[in-house]
Design a protein. Structure first.
Length: 202
């Protein structure tokens, strides 16, 4: 076989090998993003499941705080119904976080709540869930950063474009009040209406 043919064959093999490596790297990193999002979704669902019990417990001691209770219930329903888009979930979850902050602010006015074992247990479980959400968000955003770097740098972006590796957004929670992202149950938010939009991770 002529030398030129050997050179062409070697170049073709090297090129095919590079394409396969780049493709597989993108697949692995995209799968990591998907796994991170699945974890966020599971933790958000856990939070959604806690809200009705928290609302019912507060209602038993503070029934006339109907506006706060109704806003929390509505925010929870909106979060559950939010579409699959990361930005939509972020907005809905941010609103729920704001509503929960306002809901827990009423605790100061009702000593029976601070002495209610069920309320304290739910409060602790929510705090743990918020920590898990923060951890999952960090993992997800880190995976997105890694994936986006691989997807957009040359020459692997050629492979990403050819095989349809689309962009993945970060998940960021934003509260309109400017309060921290995670629900801090030791701090009391003002009793004005929660605002905000939510926003996931590395």
């Amino acid at each position: 076989m002529p030398l030129v043919a050997w050179v062409v064959m070697v170049v073709a093999l090297v090129g095919a090998g590079w394409v396969a490596l780049a493709f597989n790297r993108l697949v692995r990193r995209r799968n990591r993003v998907d796994a991170g999002w699945a974890q966020i979704d599971a933790e958000l669902q856990r939070r959604h499941d806690l809200v009705p019990s928290i609302v019912a417990t507060v209602q038993s001691a503070a029934d006339y705080e109907r506006d706060v209770l109704e806003r929390t219930t509505a925010a929870r329903a909106a979060a559950v119904a939010a579409g699959g888009a990361v930005a939509d979930r972020a907005r809905a979850e941010g609103a729920l976080t704001g509503a929960l902050r306002t809901l827990f602010a009423v605790e100061e006015a009702y000593p029976e709540l601070t002495a209610n074992a069920n309320f304290l247990a739910l409060q602790a479980e929510l705090a743990t869930t918020e920590e898990r959400i923060a951890y999952a968000r960090g993992y997800y955003n880190a995976a997105v950063a890694e994936y986006e770097t691989s997807r957009t740098v040359f020459p692997s972006r050629v492979i990403a474009g050819a095989f349809g590796f689309g962009a993945r957004p970060f998940f960021e929670l934003e509260i309109g009040s400017g309060a921290p992202v995670s629900v801090d149950l030791s701090a009391r938010a003002p009793s004005d209406a929660p605002g905000g939009e939510p926003g996931a991770a590395e």
